[in-house]
Design a protein around this ligand. Structure first.
Ligand SMILES: [Zn+2]
Length: 285
């Protein structure tokens, strides 16, 4: 099954995001390119303009260890302690298609958000809804829905879990529309781009540069890639320095190490294409 293949393969792992701090540069002899590599997630050394959505998510989740019975895998994919693993049995975790061809994703949103927060979150929804058959709708009576709350960090469960499922967008840390759409894509069933089964043809993982104890965040998953090309510009892609031990890169594109990976604006054209294929939108938007 298409969707199960996407979801299956995320195995158990207690992701615990630990605070990491990296050595401060103190040598004037270090050239600029070297300095650029020695960036950190401290928020001071990484230029905000260069951060992609996942960089921001990892920054926001830096201190997240466990939130109300939820632990995180791959940086921001939630799993309940009541479950042994994240998985999508069959196609049960794909949101159902309505008879009119649209896929209605009911949500409720916390009253703790201010107007700007709501606009940001709704922009993240609209960036998906305006070009796919996915329609985010305020919940009325539906049993299965997303409960958007400003808990600690930015995270979502994978696919539809059944019942109410929390999607956390902390304010202000997660208040980028690109971060919101990233989390909504998890809720739709998508994992990170560099988790793809074919990723080793496209990126090199520099295992030696990854923080000890965080290498599980770079596992490949058995994904159905929906006949799409590997997408360096996916909103679902880790940044080049994700989980870096000492500021050295952890992911390098194979074709050209200078290709920028990830971005912050919103779903890429390929992200949108994948949603349309997975949900069989057939041009309906
Ligand atoms: Zn993510």
């Amino acid at each position: 099954m298409l969707f199960s293949e996407i979801c299956v393969g995320i195995t158990l792992g207690m992701v615990i995001l630990e605070t990491w701090s990296l050595p401060v540069q103190n040598s004037s002899a270090v050239d600029e390119s070297r300095l650029r590599l020695k960036r950190t997630y401290s928020g001071k050394k990484i230029h905000p303009d260069e951060m992609n959505a996942m960089d921001q998510i990892l920054l926001a989740n830096k201190r997240v260890k466990s939130v109300m019975g939820v632990s995180l895998k791959d940086g921001d994919i939630a799993r309940s302690h009541l479950r042994s693993a994240i998985s999508c049995p069959g196609s049960n975790c794909r949101w159902p298609k309505s008879v009119d061809g649209f896929v209605y994703l009911p949500y409720i949103i916390s009253s703790q958000y201010n107007d700007m927060d709501r606009i940001t979150i709704e922009t993240g929804m609209l960036d998906i809804a305006s070009v796919t058959c996915i329609k985010f709708v305020p919940r009325t009576h539906e049993a299965n829905y997303v409960d958007i709350q400003p808990k600690l960090g930015c995270w979502s469960f994978l696919g539809m879990t059944g019942g109410a499922q929390t999607l956390s967008l902390q304010s202000p840390n997660c208040m980028w529309s690109g971060v919101a759409s990233h989390e909504f894509m998890h809720a739709l069933g998508f994992v990170h781009e560099q988790s793809r089964s074919d990723r080793d043809y496209h990126v090199t993982i520099l295992w030696e540069n990854i923080i000890q104890g965080q290498r599980h965040n770079f596992q490949k998953h058995k994904t159905n890639n929906l006949n799409t090309a590997y997408d360096y510009s996916s909103i679902m892609h880790y940044g080049k320095y994700a989980f870096s031990e000492d500021g050295e890169p952890t992911i390098i594109p194979k074709q050209d190490p200078n290709i920028h990976i990830g971005q912050r604006d919103g779903p890429s054209a390929t992200d949108i294409h994948k949603i349309n294929i997975l949900y069989d939108c057939g041009g309906l938007v």
